[in-house]
Design a protein around this ligand. Structure first.
Ligand code: SF4
Length: 509
């Protein structure tokens, strides 16, 4: 096993004497702003990291690191399947003179709804695993709306689910949540854990965490496991606000420390994965602080990948620490929900203040004017209001949000993506998607009793009824995919009509 001082940038650490963090940081953390680089160096000089370096665990992790699989394109998987399956039928209707776009789209978008055992499916694009209901946030986050079930799934069961999903023909993004998934420790990030199990099968893995357990040892294991993304809960730049929402003092410090440990681990292992994102639950207590959260993120994030040659926007860490603003859900959280006028103010005034923070940051960090990016582009996945198209004004969107139906105005006529998704709970029950795991209609099956893909196939007749009443809080990412697929299919229909008309030539007379 190579000694710790064979790792670039750590040679001074094996014989550490407290030095000047500002000088030391220039080597290993050169892709961070100076203040963050110094913070990271100070943390690295601390006893926890030094012990780990002396143990040889960092060098061992570097050698055993799994490659992070490339991200799949879930929209292409569904769209290509539908086109391959239904093109002939749609073109035949066009040749017969049909010009009604809606009827033609309905034909092109049809999943085989017989539920027969031999129905071809394209495979999975997304596999959500709620590994545990257990959580180390004590007492608990104020907005937590978990509805626990029995716990029946064991490590071998979860592995079987991942294997089955990977064999299904897609390369699903495996998203692990809870509760707190890091409580699964070695079973999650160890040599025989779920992340490596997914990664070895070409499936990028992601975990959602409060970061309390993100010590140096865990951070090194996570980076070495090939984890693609890490979503850390961070609700505010103000520790008091975050801690009030998280239910206990000290949560903010732990979240920031966890993020820093991942950043250090990535540099020690010489990689940019996992990319860290922030999950921010939007409530009336933290909404006004969004610009300050943007400021914090921009000063803590990695600024660029070492050696990246392409555009700034194309850098894998360009959107590091990008925040997903998740409107607070659940009927019990009505008091935390923004009122209609607060929602309007947030998306107008508060958003503009955040955009000004972004502009200042680009100025301060010397981004050349020609390379500057608009705030809405950098933060494009932050806000459901901006990321997807809604049928209605901001006032109408605000009214839907007040009713706790954030997605209602963005749902299209069809759900294209859901037959490529699955979400499994600790009791083995399988739901169509993340939104249904919260709204809990009848599950499509139970993976302890029947096959993951067979459950989807058997339940396909339901898809014609989606979106339905349980879909009003469909996830923003899913709305985005569905809207994109609808456009792709619409463009196909237009192209085929044009083609048919040009082949027919000018009409007589
Ligand atoms: S919530 Fe409804 S529309 Fe959204 S992915 Fe699930 S089934 Fe489809």
């Amino acid at each position: 096993m190579p000694p710790a001082n064979n790792i670039p940038g750590t040679s001074m650490l094996s014989t550490r004497r407290p030095g000047n963090p500002a000088q030391e940081a220039t080597e290993l953390f050169e892709c961070y702003l100076p203040e963050q680089a110094e913070r990271l160096q100070r943390r690295l000089n601390g006893s926890a990291w030094q012990r780990l370096l002396r143990s040889g665990a960092v060098a061992a992790a570097r050698q055993a690191r799994a490659e992070t699989p490339a991200e799949p394109a879930p929209d292409r998987l569904a769209a290509d399947h539908l086109i391959a399956r239904n093109e002939a039928a749609a073109r035949a209707r066009i040749a017969a003179g049909e010009r009604d776009r809606e009827s033609l789209l309905a034909i092109l978008a049809r999943w085989n709804d017989s539920g027969a055992a031999d129905v071809p499916l394209p495979g999975l694009s997304f596999l959500g695993l709620c590994l545990t209901w257990a959580c180390n946030a004590v007492p608990k986050c104020r907005y937590c709306n978990q509805q626990p079930t029995a716990r029946r799934m064991r490590l071998a069961h979860w592995k079987r689910v991942i294997t089955r999903a990977a064999e299904s023909g897609g390369r699903p993004y495996v998203y692990m949540t809870g509760g707190e998934p890091l409580l699964w420790r070695e079973r999650l990030y160890g040599p025989d854990g779920l992340i490596r199990h997914a990664t070895a099968r070409g499936c990028p893995a992601n975990i959602n965490t409060n970061a309390f357990l993100l010590t140096p040892h865990v951070a090194i294991q996570l980076v070495a496991s090939g984890l693609a993304k890490l979503h850390v809960s961070l609700d505010s730049a103000d520790p008091a606000v975050h801690d009030r929402l998280a239910g206990a003092p000290g949560c903010w410090q732990r979240a920031l420390a966890g993020i820093e440990n991942i950043q250090i681990a990535r540099e020690l292992l010489g990689v940019d994965r996992p990319v860290v994102h922030v999950n921010c639950v939007l409530t009336r207590e933290n909404a006004r602080g969004w610009p300050e959260l943007v400021r914090l993120i921009l000063h803590v994030k990695k600024q660029r990948s070492a050696g990246h040659q392409g555009s700034r926007r194309g850098d894998p860490v360009f959107r590091e620490l990008g925040a997903h603003l998740i409107p607070v859900g659940g009927p019990q959280n009505a008091a935390l929900r923004l009122a209609a006028d607060e929602i309007r103010r947030f998306h107008q005034e508060t958003w503009e203040r955040a955009a000004a923070v972004w502009d200042e940051y680009q100025e301060e960090t010397g981004v050349p004017p020609g390379e500057r990016v608009a705030f809405n582009d950098w933060a494009f996945f932050a806000s459901a209001w901006r990321r997807v198209a809604h049928r209605g004004t901001l006032a109408e969107y605000a009214a839907a949000c007040v009713a706790g139906e954030y997605a209602r105005l963005a749902l299209g006529p069809r759900c294209h993506i859901v037959p490529t998704q699955a979400f499994v709970l600790p009791d083995g029950s399988q739901y169509w998607c993340g939104a249904h795991y919260v709204s809990r209609p009848e599950p499509v099956g139970n993976v302890l009793e029947s096959d993951l893909v067979g459950n989807i196939r058997r339940s396909l007749p339901q898809v014609a009824g989606f979106p339905g009443p349980r879909c009003r809080n469909c996830a923003t990412a899913t709305l985005f995919l569905n809207q994109g697929i609808e456009k792709t299919l619409g463009a196909k229909v237009e192209a085929w009509i044009k083609e048919a008309e040009s082949e027919a030539g000018p009409s007589p007379g």
